[in-house]
Design a protein around this ligand. Structure first.
Ligand SMILES: *[C@@H]1O[C@H](CO)[C@@H](O)[C@H](O)[C@H]1NC(C)=O
Ligand SMILES: *[C@@H]1O[C@H](CO)[C@@H](O)[C@H](O)[C@H]1NC(C)=O
Ligand SMILES: *[C@@H]1O[C@H](CO)[C@@H](O)[C@H](O)[C@H]1NC(C)=O
Ligand SMILES: *[C@@H]1O[C@H](CO)[C@@H](O)[C@H](O)[C@H]1NC(C)=O
Ligand SMILES: *[C@@H]1O[C@H](CO)[C@@H](O)[C@H](O)[C@H]1NC(C)=O
Ligand SMILES: *[C@@H]1O[C@H](CO)[C@@H](O)[C@H](O)[C@H]1NC(C)=O
Ligand SMILES: *[C@@H]1O[C@H](CO)[C@@H](O)[C@H](O)[C@H]1NC(C)=O
Ligand SMILES: *[C@@H]1O[C@H](CO)[C@@H](O)[C@H](O)[C@H]1NC(C)=O
Ligand SMILES: *[C@@H]1O[C@H](CO)[C@@H](O)[C@H](O)[C@H]1NC(C)=O
Length: 886
């Protein structure tokens, strides 16, 4: 592999041709044909001849094609003409989009081929038997295609073959005997197929096999000794088959074997002691077999051993002290065997140990005092053993611990408050089924990353400390079968747990147990609810300003904005004060034919005169509900402080509006018509039943209804699709915010205010530039410099909406602290030592693992969208893809 490509020669070749002008180019017809057939190849007509085309290497003397290397270029089309390239030695078309049968005839014309890589395409059908004619072939890679059928017998003629890869197909049949006869074979990889039968007993006998990977097939019989006979084996992977027999003793011959993975088979017998001869062994994985006997002390000789996994076997006896010498050991997994004796103190000396899994054995004695001497320990899994004594206080020193499983032992004494010091603990703390007594230490409430807490089936007494409400990440709790008393603290994850999590105690009360408590409980519940409700204060906008990098520009912006707001206010006031009967409608139109009869322009105008009809106040407009005499309900948007130009550019505006009215996309709120009177423009929209996303998320008065996660996710996706579509038709939105996302009767997201971009386009002189910044908190940082709203700017604003959806927080709020808005607050979370889970709405993220997983994935998207650098933000099309993947 890795033969240097003769660039120099191809250069020379090009020169030769240029000088000798009209020479006969041997592969001209084939290459010209290929150029026509290959879709996606960038071969230029400008080049003097094919020898200088990208990916082509020619023989310098006769200018025949020697190598064609076009990996990962998104190519498709008919490549059968490569069979005409008589002198080709290397052909690499891997990682493209070719489909259909493998196109090579493999007859004499390809006789020079030494390297053939067609992997990672969509080639289907059988492996052509004619490939057996490629007598000089050394490397054949057909992996990751859709090939079916058996390995054809004709391939036995490939006597030079050194590397043979057919993994990741749908091949069946058995591995043919002749593969054992290939004397040069170094690499054979056929994993993830449907191969059955036995591994040939001569495999590797005559060759220097270095890599054999046959995992995930249905192979039976024994592991042949022959594969170890040359002693050159470096990687052996036979996981997930049906192999029987024992691990052959000659495995010890392979001094350079680093990976030995034979888990999930039916292997029996003991682990051969010769294993200790494999000084280079790094991964040894033989879990889920029937291996018996003792854990050989010889493992101590494998000084590079990093992972030892013998879980779910039938091992017995003690863990040898000598294994403590394995300085590189990171994972020691022997769960589900019959091992006994004390928890091996010596192993805790392995400085790199990160996972110690002794669960479901017969370990006895007490927990070692040096339990945390290996500072890297992340998983301490000792559940289902016979360990007694107390939990030592030093457990608090296991600073990196992610999971602590001590359930199902004979532990006594109290739960040490020191466990609260293990701030990283997140996957689980399981102390269930022991003999622990005393009270629950309030310090456990500091475990704010913890997801699962199980203290059930002990003799714990006292109350559940209200400090446990500090477990912000908790999803699963179990306090059952203890002697606990008092109210279950008012904490969402507790109340939403099944009652069984609290049953079997002495005197627990409150939800989710349907046992009512004292008034104390109610008071506390109320209190908790108040804390979570907050309101926008006008001053917030002021603090939000500090967000921007160029404060001065923003201050100016802010002042202009204030002035405009004042202007529009005075306009509205004056309109109300003067009791005009009904102003004269200049013009109006309804684009949708079926609605023409139902809309009355005079009524539209009248309805917008009534303050009680006001729906909301956007950046550019005020919306009103308007009930037509026909009964039709409209939402009418009165453009604010309208530049007279809007009215003066009527024809243009009408054209734009009609165009928008005709845009058909399910997630866009399209105008259905307009009315113009005096110098006021009214835009007509269908009345949207469920208000805006902002109202839904930050709800007015009643906190009762909170949109659940699936609803929020579907709103996010709808919104992304709507915006993606706008970008697709080259429309930039000028004011993306949750107030401009409307929700129909089925809570589908409808992106509104799309017409603003067309009506108030500063480039067309229809609005002052300061008007088009968007809403506070949503304005991309670059706007301070560019004063222009761009597609990446839209992506930023969209990202802010996503963050709002994930956190149920306002984009600008003083709770974030001075100079921080939602985006900064989220991006700075790691700096404050907060996890993603802590910034997301806990009412959703603690609901289930599935919701949390999806929320984390969406958070990632939101982070990308709100990157400070516009160029780093994904395109909306990509955003849609990412959200759909969630
Ligand atoms: C591919 O091209 C070859 C030669 O140009 C032609 O004979 C063959 O029919 C083509 N195959 C298909 C499937 O189009
Ligand atoms: C090469 O194989 C193809 C298809 O099998 C056949 O049509 C062609 O005649 C063969 N060419 C030679 C030179 O054998
Ligand atoms: C296919 O196998 C050959 C030989 O082992 C190897 O050189 C090549 O990198 C493989 N191709 C891919 C895409 O992995
Ligand atoms: C192998 O696969 C081929 C093609 O899918 C099928 O026709 C054949 O019956 C299979 N053979 C066996 C033994 O399963
Ligand atoms: C392999 O290990 C066995 C048992 O530990 C030992 O007797 C033998 O000498 C070793 N063989 C080699 C070649 O080192
Ligand atoms: C152990 O691993 C190191 C680093 O990978 C390597 O250099 C060394 O040769 C290995 N030791 C043995 C005995 O194989
Ligand atoms: C442990 O891990 C560290 C880093 O992961 C590595 O540098 C070191 O060689 C390993 N072995 C020992 C004995 O520390
Ligand atoms: C632990 O088990 C071993 C083997 O069964 C036994 O010899 C030993 O006495 C036990 N130790 C304790 C403390 O029970
Ligand atoms: C805690 O450990 C016990 C004993 O191993 C087990 O039965 C229980 O399912 C575990 N609890 C959780 C929540 O996984």
């Amino acid at each position: 592999m890795g033969r240097p490509r003769p660039y120099f020669f191809s250069f020379l070749a090009a020169g030769l041709v240029f000088c000798t002008a009209i020479t006969n180019l041997p592969d001209e017809a084939a290459m010209d044909g290929l150029k026509k057939e290959l879709q996606g190849v960038e071969w230029s007509n400008q080049e003097p001849n094919y020898c200088t085309w990208f990916g082509v290497t020619c023989n310098p003397w006769d200018l025949s094609v020697e190598a064609l290397e076009l990996p990962r270029r998104g190519l498709k089309g008919n490549v059968s003409l490569v069979s005409e390239l008589k002198s080709i030695k290397r052909l690499d078309l891997s990682g493209n989009l070719f489909h259909g049968p493998i196109p090579l005839h493999g007859n004499l014309s390809l006789a020079a081929l030494e390297f053939l890589d067609l992997s990672a395409n969509k080639f289907g059908g059988f492996i052509p038997s004619s490939l057996g004619n490629l007598r000089l072939l050394q490397s054949l890679n057909l992996s990751n295609n859709l090939l079916i059928g058996e390995i054809p017998a004709e391939l036995k003629n490939l006597e030079s073959l050194q590397e043979f890869q057919i993994s990741g197909n749908n091949l069946n049949g058995s591995i043919p005997e002749w593969i054992g006869g290939l004397s040069g074979l170094k690499v054979f990889s056929a994993y993830e197929n449907h191969l059955f039968g036995e591994i040939p007993q001569n495999l590797g006998k005559n060759s220097q096999l270095e890599l054999l990977n046959l995992h995930s097939n249905q192979l039976e019989g024994v592991i042949p000794e022959s594969i170890f006979s040359s002693g050159k084996l470096e990687v052996l992977v036979l996981t997930l088959n049906k192999l029987t027999g024992s691990i052959p003793e000659p495995v010890g011959n392979c001094k350079s074997l680093s990976n030995l993975r034979i888990g999930n088979n039916n292997l029996a017998g003991s682990v051969p002691t010769s294993i200790g001869n494999i000084s280079s062994l790094t991964y040894f994985e033989a879990n889920n077999n029937h291996l018996s006997g003792e854990l050989p002390v010889e493992f101590a000789g494998c000084s590079n051993l990093t992972l030892l996994n013998l879980a779910s076997n039938e091992l017995s006896g003690f863990v040898p002290i000598e294994l403590g010498d394995l300085e590189n050991l990171q994972e020691f997994i022997v769960a589900d065997n019959s091992l006994t004796g004390e928890v091996p103190r010596s192993l805790l000396k392995c400085r790199n140990l990160s996972k110690l899994d002794l669960s479901s054995n017969r370990f006895n004695g007490s927990l070692p005092e040096n339990i945390c001497s290996t500072s890297r320990l992340q998983f301490l899994l000792l559940g289902q053993n016979s360990i007694g004594g107390e939990i030592p206080q030093v457990i608090g020193d296991c600073a990196r611990l992610l999971e602590l499983q001590l359930g199902g032992n004979y532990l006594t004494g109290q739960i040490p408050p020191d466990i609260g010091r293990i701030k990283n603990l997140q996957i689980a703390l399981n102390l269930s089924f022991n003999r622990l007594h005393g009270s629950l230490p309030q310090e456990l409430g500091k475990l704010d990353k913890l997801v699962s807490l199980d203290v059930s089936n002990n003799q714990l007494s006292g109350t559940i400390p209200s400090e446990f409400k500090g477990m912000l990440s908790i999803i699963e709790v179990n306090f059952s079968n203890n002697e606990l008393t008092g109210p279950v603290p008012a904490f969402f994850p507790f109340q939403k747990s099944p009652p069984s999590s609290f049953l079997g105690n002495k005197d627990l009360c409150g939800d989710p147990l349907s046992i009512s408590c004292t008034s104390y409980y109610d008071a506390e519940y109320q209190n908790n609810h108040h804390k979570t409700s907050y309101k926008i204060v006008l001053a917030v906008i002021g603090s939000g300003l500090a967000v921007f990098i160029t404060v001065s520009i923003v201050v100016v912006l802010f002042m202009i904005r204030e002035r405009q707001a004042m202007k529009s206010k005075s306009f509205e006031v004056s309109a109300e004060e003067i009791p005009v009967a009904s102003p004269l409608v200049i013009t109006g139109k309804v684009f949708i034919h079926s609605l023409k009869q139902a809309v009355d322009f005079d009524s539209v105008v009248k309805e917008t005169m009534k303050d009680s009809n006001k729906l909301n106040n956007g950046t550019f407009s005020t919306s009103y509900k308007a009930i037509m005499p026909s009964g039709l309900v409209l939402s009418v948007k009165k453009l604010k402080s309208v530049d007279r130009t809007v009215v003066h550019h009527q024809n243009k505006m009408i054209r734009e509006l009609e165009r928008l009215g005709n845009l058909s996309h399910p997630y866009l709120l399209r105008p259905i018509g307009y009315v113009i009177y005096e110098d006021v423009a009214l835009l007509l929209h269908p009345y949207i039943l469920n208000g805006t996303l902002a109202q839904l998320l930050h709800g007015s008065s009643k906190e009762e209804y909170l949109p659940d996660w699936p609803r929020r996710l579907s709103i996010s996706i709808g919104l992304a699709e709507g915006l993606g579509f706008l970008h697709h038709v080259a429309i930039i939105h000028l004011d993306i915010s949750s107030s401009n996302v409307f929700l129909d009767a089925h809570y589908n997201a409808l992106l509104g205010e799309i017409e603003i971009s067309k009506l108030l386009d500063p480039m067309k002189g229809t609005a002052s530039i300061s008007a088009v910044a968007g809403s506070f908190g949503y304005i991309p940082p670059e706007y301070a410099y560019t004063m222009q709203v761009t597609a990446p700017g839209n992506v930023y604003s969209f990202g802010v909406v996503l963050l709002e959806i994930l956190t149920t927080r306002l984009p600008v709020d003083e709770v974030f602290g001075e100079g921080l808005d939602l985006v900064k607050w989220v991006h700075d979370a790691p700096g404050r030592g907060e996890t993603p889970v802590q910034i997301m709405d806990a009412r959703l993220s603690t609901f289930s693992f599935a919701w949390r997983k999806q929320m984390l994935a969406v958070l990632k998207v939101a982070m990308l969208c709100t990157d400070t650098a516009p160029t780093k933000r994904p395109k909306m099309k990509k955003v849609v893809e990412m959200l759909l993947e969630v």
